[in-house]
Design a protein around this ligand. Structure first.
Ligand code: FAD
Length: 285
């Protein structure tokens, strides 16, 4: 199908872009990987598109005071292949490498993915495990929102009218930490039927800190605190991992669709939590 007619603007700086946003039927266009199909299906019919893909100041990956800052229009491929991220925050690079196919990764952006908030998207599990922050900008100023508050519900985020995701902030990972993102992918699209990100710190033979983020299982991504609590203080052996992973779907209202029933998704979540924890622990120094 062909999209409804719309006006198109491609500002070359952030200030001009923000000045154009805020109208009821105005939408940001980034990589277009999610928005354009929706427009073609007429599930979205914006009257004006503001293309932020030509704003150089939104495309960067840099280290700054113990943190890594990733501009909104940084593509999944740039995240996946960044030497800085691969060495300083490998979990995010690993999650990006699992997104769709190379065409999608070359075109889609980190800002677009998280703003879209598809419940099967890959980044959210890792961003929750990393306790990432999103910098949201509007013509009135900017604010920081923690990942846990950013993902509100299915296709719903904390973004307000006229606001865009300007950048994502993640911590520089401790050298001794181990991380892993493991997903069961939908064979046609590559989206996560279930995806689990694990981030582990170990000292003196014991797990001192664990962060676990889950995507695909329910309507919104979440931190699996029960898994984290069950693992912390243990030696992180097979029995500890099994016990902790077994709690990942507890109390969660699991999605059910053509690809996987709620019960099967719960089962997959336990399997993929076990895999992510096992690999992350094996990567601790
Ligand atoms: P767009 O499509 O341009 O925009 C998406 C939405 O976000 C729109 O509502 C837009 O207005 C808004 N938006 C965009 N940028 C911003 C911003 N900076 N601030 C505020 N709002 C903004 N994703 C996965 O996670 N895993 C997969 O395996 C996967 N497989 C895919 C397979 C296919 C075949 C396709 C087409 C997509 C797949 N995706 C997958 C989705 C892909 O990651 C998209 O890139 C992403 O969902 C949207 O990013 P975009 O830059 O293309 O955004």
């Amino acid at each position: 199908m062909i999209a409804q007619e719309f006006a198109y603007t491609a500002p070359t700086n952030l200030k001009d872009a923000l000045a154009l946003l805020g109208g009821e039927n105005t939408k940001v266009l980034a990589g277009g990987m999610s928005l354009i199909p929706l427009m073609k299906l007429r599930l979205a019919a914006p009257e004006q598109l503001v293309d932020i893909g030509r704003i150089p100041e939104l495309n960067y990956i840099r280290e700054d005071g113990g943190k890594l800052r990733i501009g909104a229009t940084t593509t999944h491929y740039q995240v996946e292949s960044s030497a800085l991220l691969r060495s300083r925050c490998p979990l995010l690079a690993e999650a990006a490498s699992c997104i769709g196919d190379i065409q999608v990764r070359n075109q889609g952006t980190i800002g677009g993915s998280i703003a879209h908030a598809d419940p099967a998207a890959d980044y959210p599990a890792s961003l929750l495990a990393l306790e990432a922050k999103m910098v949201l900008a509007s013509a009135k100023g900017q604010r920081e929102v923690a990942a846990v508050d950013f993902f509100v519900d299915t296709f719903t985020t904390a973004l307000g009218a006229g606001e865009i995701v300007k950048e994502v902030i993640v911590p520089v990972e401790e050298q001794s930490a181990g991380t892993s993102y493991q997903k069961m992918l939908q064979p046609a699209s590559g989206f996560a039927i279930v995806g689990v990100a694990a981030r582990i710190r170990k000292s003196g033979g014991k797990i001192t800190l664990a962060w676990v983020g889950v995507t695909g299982l329910s309507g919104k991504p979440y931190r699996a605190m029960s898994v984290e609590k069950a693992l912390e203080g243990t030696a992180g052996g097979t029995v500890d991992i099994d016990k902790a992973a077994g709690t990942v779907a507890e109390g969660v209202d699991a999605n059910s669709d053509l690809f996987a029933s709620a019960q099967y998704r719960g089962h997959l979540a336990r399997i993929y939590a076990r895999r992510a924890l096992t690999v992350a622990i094996s990567r601790t120094a």
